[in-house]
Design a protein around this ligand. Structure first.
Ligand SMILES: [Zn+2]
Length: 339
């Protein structure tokens, strides 16, 4: 994170035990600005979903390069770069265990949630062969199901999280994963004496192209949701069905709020739309197949990685410009509220 070093931030690098596709070292970087004893803190996180870090990393570094002067002196800012570094390096949404990090923050002292709808379609979503014929056959059956139960119901079955198919999509894992443990440590160590904390977690791949929807994890009548609305205006509750996201178990923002205890936490995910949801799902199915049944460093890999990258990041300036200005607006509003 050369940008952060150049701009005078305090840097920490947490090395991941594994490596990227060409054997390179990988890890989470943290850059911090502002007084250690600040009562207010804003934490901005990228790469929760690996590949979504292309956008998140660009926004973080661009902000540090150009906007750092707008930080109110009494607010500490903590940038967590590539929370899921393995997924980022391998151009995957999931981590080294095929785990969707935002399904991993459930209460592991209880049995994980069941998802019988997913069980029924698990073999269709990630078949053992990814030939053109199998793609067509399985996709047609899934589309028929969407016509029968509705696209929203299918989205919930597929993406709300599942804990029974380790090589499937939207798999939540069998216990806290590496990035989960790191985030716990980061949150508890970095909070310092802050009593008011804002959190922004950057995502891509859902919603209208170039639009940045803020998503909260509380019902609309919850004080934290009302505070988020006062900060940012339009914040959609995923539990009240207002959001483009399915309501899900195990997202980290809800858990971070517990870890931060008595602090007043105002948190939202920002979700930038890229391509249509079918194309996004097809890319995730291809990726899951590659890692379950194919060779992640073989001949099929570059095309699958290109497909995933195209589904989660867009290099078109017509996409990048609104994405950037929305980010500046969201960060500005958080900083004003925290100052
Ligand atoms: Zn995401």
């Amino acid at each position: 994170m050369g940008t952060a070093i150049a701009s005078g931030g305090a840097i920490e690098h947490i090395r991941h035990p594994s490596t990227g596709p060409v054997g390179e070292t990988i890890g989470v970087d943290i850059a911090e600005y502002g007084p250690a004893d600040a009562e207010s803190m804003l934490m901005i996180v990228s790469g929760t979903h690996g590949v979504e870090g292309y956008c998140g990393s660009a926004l973080q570094t661009h902000w540090i390069n150009g906007q750092l002067g707008t930080r109110p002196p009494n607010v500490r800012m903590v940038f967590v770069h590539a929370l899921n570094p393995h997924g980022f390096a391998w151009v995957r949404r999931v981590n080294e265990d095929n785990v969707d990090l935002n399904r991993n923050f459930i209460d592991w002292s209880k049995a994980p949630p069941t998802n019988s709808g997913y069980d029924e379609i698990a073999d269709l979503l990630v078949p053992s062969s990814w030939s053109a014929e199998e793609q067509e056959r399985t996709t047609n059956v899934l589309m028929e199901r969407a016509l029968t139960i509705g696209l929203e119901a299918l989205q919930a079955e597929v993406s709300s999280g599942q804990y029974a198919h380790p090589t499937g999509v939207f798999y939540g894992g069998s216990g806290p994963v590496w990035s989960h443990e790191q985030l716990h440590r980061i949150c508890t160590q970095r909070r310092g004496s802050a009593s008011r904390i804002g959190i922004i977690d950057i995502h891509t791949g859902l919603g209208e192209w170039g639009h940045g929807e803020l998503i909260g994890h509380h019902p609309t009548d919850h004080p934290a949701h009302q505070r988020a609305t006062a900060w940012w205006g339009d914040v959609r509750s995923m539990v009240d069905g207002e959001s483009i996201s399915a309501s899900l178990d195990g997202d980290w923002l809800a858990r971070a709020e517990e870890w931060l205890g008595d602090a007043e936490v105002t948190a939202a995910a920002i979700e930038y739309g890229t391509v249509d949801s079918i194309s996004v799902l097809q890319s995730l199915r291809a990726d899951a197949w590659l890692h379950a049944h194919g060779d992640p460093v073989g001949d099929d890999a570059p095309a699958v990685r290109a497909q995933v990258r195209a589904a989660f990041a867009d290099d078109d300036p017509a996409w990048l410009i609104p994405v950037w200005s929305r980010f500046v607006e969201v960060v500005d509003h958080a900083l004003s509220a925290l100052a």
